[in-house]
Design a binder for this molecule. Structure first.
Ligand SMILES: Cc1cc2nc3c(=O)[nH]c(=O)nc-3n(C[C@H](O)[C@H](O)[C@H](O)COP(=O)(O)O)c2cc1C
Ligand code: SF4
Length: 423
């Protein structure tokens, strides 16, 4: 299987600048700055059908195209490396192995959008990844690949690493911009969208680490090559799937988009742990509704996973065996979201602790039949929250109600957890 993002990886250590260069690193930047216009770079990203890897899967080139080019004054590019969603650790793995694809990708993106100052917003705790980024920036500058008048092209870019104090909400792009400006990290209302009014009121693009790290290979090899990496025709490229839970080999894999869930679990993950049987999984990070055995053959791509009732999200797969209590697992996830609510709007600030309390009662054997309807109502109510954190938090609850209503009812009828509370 062709590797794009992990192509330069070395076992147990970060690739060096010299090794990355020797393997064709920064050749895409040389190609772009010597013969492609900013619009050409944007167009190849549009044609490649690269979709954002930060969770929503929005087409990257299209997002760039929303930035007005005719307004004078600065524009900004921000790389989102907050990565606090439970079950998601791909950006850390990527940057600990190779920060250069990100630095090169950001330089290409900045060139395409007309940005002179860009930021890597990285969560505190990701010390090694942040250190790698700082070193890569210094090395690229030293080699004339970043900073003033890059490769004599007249294009200049300053790239700064910002280590955030970090909360889950800092990953939401408008809260992230508030945090970067030194304000309280609550989301802003949209519109205006960041592409028009973002950081310090200026046009801004926010992209995920994995999204940006794909750009050099797309510019170097072209859109058709990138599309051909996927397993199914509606998808494009590879994806980092970071797997955890009851499998033999829980790790981060770069795989073609469109591989089925079952192929991923039985293939690179080495199957279930000895004696364990698959019951369910979170397919794309903690905010995505569960998949069960009936979803075994679903191709893991944005549209296919959405058609099957969930979201590809970040590609963080958490696998549960048949002894897992799905009420306890959902309670665990909702507890995280209730704690991480930024408190800005009432439905989320009050609603998530309430949902957590209802699930805790059911799990403790004190649930009542009407709690099922109450949970169902709250899946709807929390759509009225100010930002996607709250509807995302209800993703697993919605999946629990749709796929495991019998298991909830068993708790209520028996007056205890039938599985001993293993969540
Ligand atoms: C609560 C919340 C947390 C988020 N956390 C992250 C994150 O850690 N990293 C990320 O790239 N996107 C995160 N996102 C999505 C960003 O708002 C944004 O859509 C993304 O960074 C865009 O990048 P992309 O287009 O490359 O996917 C989060 C969204 C929400 C609502
Ligand atoms: S939904 Fe939650 S996280 Fe989002 S603004 Fe409201 S309180 Fe804050």
């Amino acid at each position: 299987m062709e590797q794009v993002l992990f192509r330069h990886n070395r076992p147990g250590r970060c690739v060096t600048f010299a090794e990355y260069r020797a393997e064709g690193g920064f050749a895409a930047l040389e190609k772009a700055l010597s013969g492609m216009s900013p619009n050409d770079v944007q167009q190849v990203v549009i044609d490649a059908n690269l979709r954002g890897r930060g969770g929503a899967g929005f087409p990257t080139g299209k997002k760039w195209s929303f930035v007005p080019r005719d307004i004078p004054g600065p524009r900004y590019l921000i790389c989102n490396c907050d990565e606090m969603e439970p079950g998601t650790y791909k950006d850390r793995i990527l940057l600990e192995a190779n920060p250069y694809s990100l630095v090169e990708g950001m330089t290409l993106a900045a060139y395409a959008i007309g940005v002179a100052h860009a930021f890597i917003f990285i969560r505190r705790g990701y010390e090694e990844a942040a250190e790698n980024c700082r070193r890569a920036i210094a090395e690229a500058k030293e080699a004339g690949l970043l900073g003033k008048n890059i490769l004599g092209s007249g294009f200049s870019l300053d790239l700064d690493v910002h280590q955030s104090a970090g909360r889950y909400i800092c990953g939401e792009e408008t809260a992230l911009m508030n945090a970067l400006e030194g304000r309280r990290a609550n989301p802003r209302s949209k519109p205006p969208f960041p592409a028009v009014k973002g950081l310090w009121g200026r046009p801004t693009v926010v992209n995920n680490v994995e999204t940006l790290a794909n750009i050099p290979a797309i510019v170097a090899n072209g859109a058709a090559w990138f599309k051909g990496l996927a397993r199914i025709s509606e998808a494009a490229g590879t994806k980092l799937f970071c797997v955890s839970g009851h499998v033999n080999n829980a790790a981060c894999f770069e795989l073609p988009l469109g591989m089925s869930l079952g192929e991923i679990i039985d293939g690179p993950c080495g199957g279930m742990l000895p004696g364990r049987e698959f019951k369910a999984c979170i397919p794309g990070g903690a905010s995505t509704p569960f998949f069960t055995r009936e979803h075994w053959n679903v191709p893991m791509d944005f549209d296919a996973v959405a058609r099957a009732g969930s979201r590809l999200g970040t590609g963080g797969i958490v696998v549960f065996d048949r002894n897992t209590c799905m009420v306890a697992a959902t309670l665990n996830l909702v507890s995280f979201y209730a704690r991480e609510s930024c408190g800005w709007c009432t439905p989320c600030r009050e609603g998530l602790p309430f949902v957590k309390d209802v699930l805790a009662r059911i799990e403790a054997g004190a649930g009542r039949e009407e709690h099922i309807a109450i949970l169902r109502e709250h899946v709807q109510y929390l759509n009225y929250a100010f930002c996607p954190l709250a509807p995302g938090a209800m993703g697993p609850v919605e999946g629990l109600l749709r796929l495991f209503e019998d298991e909830i009812r068993e708790h209520i009828v028996m007056g205890r957890c039938p599985l001993g509370g293993k969540g």
